[in-house]
Design a binder for this molecule. Sequence first.
Ligand code: BEZ
Length: 213
Amino acid sequence: MTVQLGDTVPDFEAETTDGPIRFYEWLDDSWAVLFSHPKDFTPVCTTELGAVAKLKPEFDRRGTKVIGLSVDPVSEHKEWAGDIEETQGAALNFPLIADPDRKIASLYGMIHPNASDTLTVRSVYVIGPDKKLKLTLTYPASTGRNFEEILRVIDSLQLTADHSVATPADWNRGQDVIIVPSVSDEEARDKFPGGWKTLKPYLRMVAEPTGNR
Ligand code: BEZ
């Protein structure tokens, strides 16, 4: 099974490095990132978990919880945590799910049999407060992810959830955004009283809105 954009993500119970969780209870009404990695005690995964630990304050600033997953048991996750702190200079500061029977991996489609029929691929799921899937990414075992990009996407998802805008290619916070085509010029005058720039009737750029709606 795979989970697709807009789907309500499945609930599950799991053992983690922070103790047992029921996923929906752990999510509460927060934004969240669930990400899988192939295996403990592997080089790329070690750098990824260090990178996420260092960026944790940035996820916190966005009201976003993070949780990792691999098919190894909690005892191995805990032992590996020491290596992550030693080599990456950052201690694990978020939970890691143990999924040795691949129950959660199957539920979310984290095992891609033509890549590996036993290990989870590098999946990322960004989940909204409504428990719906807002973004998914899949990377192969050989390529570590760019977690700054995931923060950038969360900025876009949170902005576009609150305002009638979309974000252009390579957008970063503070840059101009696009008025969505479903908003007429008449409606736009009310929503964006500071005005906007029309490059084409379907391409209207406006300063990043602040506040709610
Ligand atoms: C790694 O994290 O380095 C890795 C994990 C599984 C297969 C290959 C590389």
